[in-house]
Design a protein around this ligand. Structure first.
Ligand code: CS2
Length: 476
């Protein structure tokens, strides 16, 4: 029995309390992966009983699998919240449908032009913004961006789709929507605004000004650990609920969303669902990227190389636990400047516990993906702050060294690594050319400007620290 509106009442799970027929869409969301469905879609689900016109139309630009799994289920899916001791299943109803834009985005753009759509939100991963990670500016040579600049009215990149929808809204006198970035980038709203206005400006300066002056791009800090769903997860969820869900999502109890309150066309009453609204999200974003994601990436590379399949396994290794604990305490926390009332040591302790949640099978390999897009904001910006203050960063250097070893594509025992990264081929070739000498390898990788910027390759202290870390890794 497949999950859907006809069968939802039979599911052994918590369900929504509103009439689904009363819902209408107010949000278009690009990138309906597991993270969105365990995070924003739940914050929407929580307010729909009072405000039914904020439901979500999802879209995927890269693959048809989300549409194929979710549309036959009327957009319904199971959210399984799994703590160390208990598990709860809940059917989420906030997603009305998924538009498959993998073969063309015209239908999607048309939906985005409707005046009822007041927010367009995104979880398209770091690489979806087509930026040069080191500068945060639009990478005009990116194939999708180059294609969209050729045929801007038939866009295929997320940024191109947003620009085209805003262009048509301007043309037809409909005001702009809020563009709400929910990816793990520093000042993610500002980055999104920059790439959208830059892309628009390459086509029409007046459009770019109109967007810059009228649309809003609040920055957000999003947080919930949501591993890719496995076949075992799906089987276990369906066995418990008694209905067949092709796309359940398994997550942890913790969830956090800090958002700048700048919505040009209104927003749901998300404070009622636990969202924190602030004027400036930067300190929260930095805290989360540097402590959570920086530790995650460190655990991913060193854990993977050390033979640990999941984050819980890696943090269960006393050496890695000590490394990450001390990295946060001694090297990261001193770089953070938080509003009063935020206890960074309590945050650190909560993170160590969240990483240890054994009911989530969060693969180190999954987090290791796309490191070239993640390293700058997770580890390198902290290292820059340490360097500027003349302070040591030997633990942060271990994470960077782990990444360098990982992207050579061969682990310490000579086994190949399936490296997934937009720069994978380039990185592998650099590793092969540099050979086994740690100093040469570090210098070669540090020369990749889109990751390390122009500065770090010229910092002897940086090169020495990472070389030492890599030598230790190889020798021990
Ligand atoms: C992870 C994040 O895959 C990754 O790179 O570090 O997805 C992490 O789980 C989330 O940011 C947690 O909020």
């Amino acid at each position: 029995m497949r999950l859907g509106m006809k069968t939802v009442a039979a599911a052994r799970a918590d369900t929504f309390a509103y009439e689904r027929a009363d819902l209408s869409a107010g949000i278009v969301h690009l990138g309906v992966g597991a993270f969105h469905r365990a995070h924003q879609a739940v914050y929407v689900d929580d307010i729909l009983a009072g405000d039914p016109d904020w439901a979500i139309i999802g879209a995927s630009l890269r693959s048809s699998s989300a549409a194929e799994a979710l549309n036959p289920q009327n957009g319904l899916y199971t959210l399984t919240v799994s703590g160390s001791s208990d598990t709860r299943d809940r059917i989420v109803g906030s997603l009305l449908e998924v538009i498959d834009a993998s073969e063309g985005a015209e239908a999607l753009v048309q939906r985005m032009v409707a005046p009822v759509i007041r927010i367009v939100s995104l979880t398209i991963t770091e690489k979806g913004y087509c930026i040069d990670p080191a500068t945060g500016r639009l990478d005009r040579s990116h194939p999708d961006i180059a294609a969209d600049l050729e045929t801007p009215h038939r866009p295929r990149s997320a940024i191109g789709v947003i620009v085209e929808a805003l262009r048509r809204r301007k043309l037809s006198g409909v005001g702009p929507f809020t563009v709400l970035c929910c990816d793990n980038l520093p000042e993610n709203g500002r980055i999104t605004r920059n790439v959208v206005t830059e892309m628009a400006g390459l086509q029409d300066a007046v459009l770019s000004d109109w967007i810059g002056n009228n649309a809003t791009f609040p920055s957000t800090m999003v947080d919930r650990i949501v591993p890719a769903t496995t076949k075992d997860d799906t089987d276990a969820v369906n066995a418990r609920t008694g209905v067949g869900d092709a796309a359940p999502v398994v997550t942890e109890p913790f969830s956090q969303w800090v958002v700048e309150d700048r919505f040009c066309a209104g927003r749901p009453p998300w404070e009622d669902a636990g969202v924190t609204f602030v004027d400036d999200v930067r300190p929260f974003e930095e805290m989360k990227l540097r402590l959570l994601n920086g530790s995650h990436s460190t655990l991913a590379y060193l854990g993977y190389l050390g033979g640990h399949e999941t984050v819980a396994d890696a943090i269960g290794d006393p050496d890695l636990h000590a490394l990450v604990h001390d990295m946060m305490t001694l090297e990261v926390i001193p770089t953070l400047d938080m509003p009063t009332g935020v206890d960074l040591f309590a945050y650190r302790d909560a993170l160590l516990q969240r990483f240890a949640n054994r009911s989530l099978k969060h693969r180190t390999w999954q987090i290791a993906m796309d490191g070239s897009q993640k390293l700058p904001q997770r580890l390198l910006s902290t290292i820059r702050d340490r360097l500027a203050a003349g302070l040591p960063f030997e633990r942060l250097a271990c994470g960077v060294a782990g990444w360098m070893r990982y992207v050579t594509g061969t682990d310490m025992t000579g086994n190949p690594i399936d490296v997934r990264d937009p720069l994978a081929d380039e990185l592998k070739a650099i590793g092969a050319r540099a050979g086994n000498n740690a100093e040469t390898l570090v210098k070669a990788y540090a020369g990749v400007g889109s990751v390390f910027g122009p500065d770090l390759v010229a910092e002897p202290v940086f090169l020495q620290a990472v070389t030492r870390a890599l030598q230790n890794l190889e020798n021990r």
